[in-house]
Design a protein around this ligand. Structure first.
Ligand code: ADP
Ligand code: MG
Length: 597
């Protein structure tokens, strides 16, 4: 009943199963494992520092006994000072070493997570919230900082020191030890009850942080729309709501921690008073030496240190467990299958590719409507094939299936006669140039944008592609040519320019198949002509499939596939389709864009 309900809507599994804390503890130890040596050394240093402290009460007894016997105090006091100094030096060295390891653990976790995120399947990323994913890389990994390291060693050294103290107490007085042990057992039970609540509160708090990330991502992804709609207040409220949830859970954690801390110090005070009472009576009865009683009381005070660090470590460990849980929710998502088959490598030398759809059925998920109902058509090697159809017909999805972003639910998609599912993923994609519908330009220079898909391309290849995609004029106009910053922090390109940059990027890969999802936005006549020329030029050496929204594109195509509600309605040339297909005639006259005059 103390488990949180279904967790915030980030599309991840959520909800802690009963065996999760133990599994998370194992994962936490895995993070610490590579640093075993340093951790043990650090732990030993911390333990030695603590032992030096533990020796103090014993030394005090010795000083008092020496004093009672009328001896000199010089040697014992000098020894005591040395002990304090050594203890301090040891604990400083221990702290530094541990913090280094802690930073290392964070680095490892971040690297692992980023690597994992970029290898996720498109299906997962379509479903998840980028803002929440980012908070896992940035915020949750930070929680691992002290946890995988100081918390573990503090817990171990704290426990060892407590055991050590108790052993020393055995030699002091068994009765007083009994009193102390009873009190300690009480604290232990209380703290064990509190810990799961701390963990759940931290998990909920981190979920709220993730939610803040996705609210921010939503807001900045549509900043103009939010401004134009006057919707700032609504977005601020959303963010505020998430921030407040994080705050409330944080306050919960503080409350539970305060309770655990207070309980332990109160218990020690009670133990102190009991020892004073019981011990005092026994001293009066002559059953106990005064020095033993004083040493015992000092030991009790000493106990506060290790006990505090044990409880602190145990509570901190909870944030580590929560963080590992959120990190592993992502780390355990399925990665893309690289594929094992070995068709001929998809080099440009192999010539244009052939594509076939054979009775393809497709749904985005088991609970989603069917997008493709038995789609079949053939695209022979080379030339321009246009796909047209009303919006929502499933045109963009056809391309996602060829790129194997999603697997077909039934049927096959073949590239050169081999099911794309049987191609090694890298080889499959190496042969395909893909231009998204809203062709993105990434922050960086134009050159970086172009070389992204083909880092090894030469200057000559780059220049040739720039010319082929009619970008020469743009490059000349930009202040630093190819090295001009474009995207968010640089020069904004027009829709047509963005699209041609994306095509150039795809062509640099020397693809055998170019998939071009035309932007639906209106282009000016110059851009439209440039785009068409680029496309026809590409079609001379590769197979080009284009989802077309422009009349000029479809009339240049050798073959047009008319898709309607996930079914192929007709395949033919413009002239044939205008003659034979009612939907096509309608699309051609009313929906396909005609270049502005
Ligand atoms: P088109 O490109 O022809 O406009 P799409 O292929 O984009 O059509 O979409 C076909 C159908 O699949 C639509 O109903 C759309 O809502 C749905 N769809 C598209 N992408 C996704 C996705 N990532 N997840 C779930 N459904 C999607
Ligand atoms: Mg589309």
């Amino acid at each position: 009943a103390d488990r949180p309900g279904p967790r915030a809507g980030h599309g991840l599994p959520g909800r802690l199963a009963d065996d999760v804390p133990r599994a998370n503890m194992r994962r936490l130890l895995e993070y610490a494992a590579p640093h075993k040596g340093v951790l043990i050394a650090g732990g030993v240093l911390a333990f030695a520092g603590g032992l030096a402290g533990l020796a103090q009460p014993v030394a005090a007894k010795f000083v008092i006994d020496t004093l009672a016997a009328g001896g000199s105090l010089l040697v014992p006091l000098a020894g005591l000072t040395l002990l304090v100094l050594v203890g301090a030096a040891l604990s400083a060295a221990g702290h530094y070493v541990m913090e280094r390891v802690a930073q290392r653990v964070v680095l490892t976790a971040r690297r692992g997570l980023v690597e994992r995120l970029l290898r996720l399947r498109v299906a997962e990323v379509d479903r998840l919230k980028p803002g929440d994913l980012m908070s896992r890389v940035t915020a949750d990994t930070t929680l691992l900082r002290s946890v995988a390291t100081t918390s573990l060693t503090d817990a171990v050294s704290g426990a060892l020191l407590i055991v050590g103290t108790v052993i020393v107490m055995v030699f002091m007085d068994a009765v007083l030890l009994g009193v102390t042990a009873g009190v300690l057992a009480g604290i232990a039970v209380l703290v064990l009850l509190i810990l799961p609540r701390i963990r759940d509160a931290i998990l909920a708090s981190q979920d709220a942080v993730g939610e803040m990330g996705s609210v921010l991502e939503r807001a900045f992804g549509a900043f103009r729309t939010i401004k134009a709609s006057g919707a700032e207040d609504g977005e601020i409220r959303r963010l505020d709501g998430a921030a407040h949830r994080a705050y409330r859970r944080g306050v919960d954690v503080a409350g539970w921690e305060a309770l655990a801390g207070t309980a332990s110090s109160l218990a020690l005070q009670i133990a102190f008073l009991s020892v004073l009472g019981v011990g005092g009576a026994r001293v009066a009865a002559g059953e106990l030496e005064v020095s033993s009683m004083i040493a015992f009381l000092l030991l009790l005070f000493y106990l506060m240190g290790p006990l505090g660090s044990l409880i602190g470590a145990a509570t901190q460990l909870q944030s580590g467990l929560a963080a590992v849980h959120r990190i592993d929710e992502v780390a355990t998502l399925p990665a893309e299958e690289p594929g094992t088959g070995a068709p001929a490598p998809a080099t440009a030398a192999a010539g244009p590719a052939a594509v076939s759809f054979r009775d393809v059925e497709f749904r985005y998920g088991d609970d989603r409507p069917t997008v493709h109902h038995g789609v079949s058509f053939d695209v022979p090697p080379g030339g321009l094939t246009a796909v047209v159809g009303p919006s929502g017909a499933g045109k963009t999805t056809l391309f996602s299936l060829i790129e194997r972003f999603y697997p077909a639910t039934a049927g096959r998609i073949e590239l050169d006669g081999t099911d794309v599912a049987d191609w090694p993923l890298v080889a499959l994609r190496a042969g395909i140039g893909y231009v998204e519908q809203d062709a993105p330009v990434l922050d960086g220079t134009l050159r970086e944008n172009l070389l992204m898909a083909a880092p090894a391309a030469t200057e000559d290849e780059l220049a040739a592609v720039v010319a082929r995609t009619r970008l020469t004029e743009l490059v000349q106009r930009l202040p630093d040519g190819l090295d001009t910053q474009i995207g968010h922090r640089g020069i904004t390109l027009s829709g047509g320019e963005r699209q041609r940059v994306a095509i150039a990027r795809a062509l640099l890969r020397r693809p055998r198949l170019l998939l071009l999802d035309e932007a639906t936005s209106q282009l000016d006549a110059a851009n439209e002509t440039a785009l068409k020329e680029t496309m026809l030029d590409a079609a001379a050496t590769t197979t080009v499939m284009v989802v077309a929204h422009r009349l000029s594109t479809v009339t240049s195509a050798q073959r047009i596939v008319v898709l309607e509600a996930g079914r192929v309605r007709a395949v033919g040339t413009h002239a044939e389709l205008v003659r034979d297909d009612e939907l096509y005639r309608d699309l051609a006259t009313t929906q396909l864009l005609v270049a502005p005059a």
